[in-house]
Write a protein that binds this ligand. Structure first.
Ligand code: HEM
Length: 270
């Protein structure tokens, strides 16, 4: 396990788009788990294809373009990573097998809609329920999204330009390190600090030049919460503060109800 990102800053929990410009060379990331995570994708695709793949055939051209862009990106920045693909399978699946990221394609029709995706590592949501949905529809279960994020997110997608990529981080606390967590249950993690895992999503957004589609990538990192507390003395207090200050609707959605109190006791050694 490894955690290259630290999305906690010691301040109160807040709801923001948090998008930052991304240099194209840093679009995709590989680490020493690449082999295992690609193998895990292969087995999930073999056993649960319909759970991890959702495609609208109108997005086939955009998916093919995404595959080409990924293969070119690997050739340029990661020449030692695998680039062979099965020409008979759907291009978004072929593309996903090459990388550690989950891949989503959105196209602008009446609104931006999710039109193709291969998501092997969902964090408690079901891909099939989101195909064809608008950004507002995808985020319908997210408290405060409608009030605070819907308008800026829609405007951001309309302004997204080829050649200018962005990234953001999302995090939560779960009681399993499994990458594939498709159930949408909102229960709080069981146990205490030593049973918990800090899960971070590094998300990127960019626009494809030919199809004009938007590509959303999700890279998931998981590490033991106890190990992070032991490694960095600011981590535990920052985590507690973010959990404690999140509004109750967010606590319920994220499965954080009562977690700040349990963390506080664990940090005090009780
Ligand atoms: C600027 C772009 C975006 C922003 C600011 C954003 C923001 C968020 C936020 C704040 C959440 C709540 C989850 C949490 O805090 O743990 C969320 C959930 C989610 N987002 Fe996004 N998001 C963006 C783009 C996208 C895109 C392009 C997709 C396309 C697939 C997507 C799919 C989801 C899904 C599936 C969930 C979980 C919803 C559920 O619980 O059913 N997001 N997003």
């Amino acid at each position: 396990m490894s955690m290259p990102y630290a999305p906690l800053d010691g301040r109160d929990w807040r709801f923001t788009m948090g998008l930052r410009p991304l240099d194209e060379s840093r679009w995709l990331e590989f680490d020493d788990r690449a082999h295992d995570e690609r193998a895990l994708k292969d087995s999930l695709l073999a056993a649960h294809y319909d759970e991890v793949v959702a495609v609208d055939e109108r997005a086939d051209a955009a998916s093919r373009e995404l595959l080409d862009v990924i293969v070119a990106h690997l050739a340029l920045y990661f020449p030692h990573q695998r680039r062979e693909v099965d020409p008979h399978e759907h291009p978004i699946v072929a593309a996903s097998r090459l990388v550690q990221e989950d891949l989503c394609v959105l196209e602008r029709r009446d609104a931006w809609r999710l039109s193709a995706a291969c998501v092997c590592f969902p964090s408690r949501w079901r891909l099939a329920s989101k195909l064809g949905a608008t950004l507002d529809g995808i985020h319908a279960p997210v408290p405060l999204y409608d009030e605070l994020l819907a308008a800026p997110t829609n405007a951001f997608f309309d302004r997204l330009r080829v050649g200018r990529a962005f990234w953001r981080l999302n995090w939560t606390l779960l009681d399993s390190p499994a990458l594939h967590q498709p159930t949408s249950e909102r229960r709080a993690p069981s146990g205490s600090l030593h049973d918990w895992f800090f899960r971070v999503e590094r998300q990127t957004l960019r626009r494809l030049p030919d199809s004009g589609a938007a590509v959303f990538t999700i890279r998931t990192y998981v590490d033991s919460a106890a190990a992070l507390v032991a490694r960095d003395e600011t981590f535990g207090p920052s985590l507690w503060r973010a959990l404690h200050t999140a509004p109750s609707s967010v606590q319920e959605y994220k499965g954080w109800v009562g977690v700040a109190e349990r963390l506080s006791r664990a940090l005090k050694g009780e």
